[in-house]
Design a protein around this ligand. Structure first.
Ligand SMILES: NC(=O)c1ccc[n+]([C@@H]2O[C@H](COP(=O)([O-])OP(=O)(O)OC[C@H]3O[C@@H](n4cnc5c(N)ncnc54)[C@H](O)[C@@H]3O)[C@@H](O)[C@H]2O)c1
Length: 269
């Protein structure tokens, strides 16, 4: 159902790879809510994924950019400002990758070159995107910037390995840059912490299906699907949340507030 919440708004969506991607669902919902936007991903992901199907469906254009490359992001914003004939209103950062997880290295044994690469992709890219948007004065007053995170930033989930550190850093960037965006441009910056969802990035996390199952059982409302997350993110891009900023917001069926409940007790031997 559409409420025209994003009528007249323009944005950039990072990270739609295939129909399971959270960014994909956000793009579909943003289109339903009458936003216009640019889709972007790395050149390799454009070749391997299905982003052009999404661009056709949502009447959006695709501009390649590696989110760790300053020059790629600059070109992306220059093109966006020309394409829209002015500033944009929202950005979704839906990007993550850990080579340590892919290589199945445990936290005590991580490789530091992999750590730096994963940190750059999963966390520092958020700062780079905002810095370039800042330098180019690319975002309208009361705009909204959102990045996606997971509760492993705050609690120990061993299978999240170094991704948990990237997520802590990502949330910190949102808080710190959010201050400057708020003061100077009245722009909001938030992270949304999600339930586990089966996607390409998630598939590399060891035991992810068990993780998904147990999280669903423990959450009073059950796991939030990518559709649920997209609905929530749309409200953050809309004018209904203009004073929400520098927050880490949970859309996880209540999982983040759970202690010991009947489900856990039933697992007792
Ligand atoms: N799936 C989950 O369970 C879950 C839970 C909480 C948070 N998240 C977060 O949601 C976000 C989206 O992940 P997803 O689960 O939809 O998986 P996904 O694999 O569909 O999306 C990850 C995206 O990151 C992109 N990417 C990787 N390196 C990049 C780079 N250098 N430049 C630009 N883009 C790059 C990939 O091409 C891909 O499109 C991530 O931040 C992830 O950590 C996911």
């Amino acid at each position: 159902m559409s409420y025209n919440l994003l009528m007249g708004k323009k944005g950039i969506i990072f990270g739609a790879l295939d129909e399971n991607s959270i960014a994909w669902k956000v793009a579909e919902r943003a289109y339903e809510e009458k936003a216009s936007f640019i889709l972007t991903n790395t050149p390799a992901s454009l070749r391997m994924g299905k982003i052009y199907d999404l661009s056709k469906k949502t009447k959006s254009i695709v501009i390649p950019a590696d989110a760790t490359s300053i020059s790629d992001i600059e070109i992306l914003f220059d093109k966006a400002l020309i394409f829209f004939g002015g500033k944009i209103d929202f950005i979704l950062h839906s990007i993550a990758m850990s080579i340590n997880i892919r290589k199945k290295l445990e936290y005590p044994c991580i490789n530091y070159d992999f750590l730096k690469k994963g940190w750059d992709i999963s966390a520092v890219s958020f700062h780079k995107i905002m810095k370039i948007a800042w330098d180019k004065k690319a975002i309208n007053k009361w705009g909204s910037i959102v990045a996606l995170t997971y509760i492993a930033s705050k609690r120990n989930f061993p299978s999240y390995v170094d991704m948990s550190d990237y997520k802590s850093y990502l949330e910190s960037i949102a808080r710190n840059f959010g201050y400057f965006w708020g003061i100077k441009e009245k722009v909001r910056v938030n992270t949304v912490s999600l339930s586990p969802i089966y996607t390409k990035a998630a598939a590399s996390i060891s035991g992810f299906k068990d993780f998904l199952y147990l999280s669903n059982k423990l959450s009073p409302l059950g796991n939030a699907s990518s559709q649920d997350c997209a609905d929530y993110i749309i409200t953050l891009f809309s004018d209904l949340t203009r004073k929400v900023t520098m927050q880490n917001l949970y859309n996880d069926g209540g999982f983040s507030k759970i202690g010991i409940n009947e489900c856990l007790i039933s697992l007792k031997d």
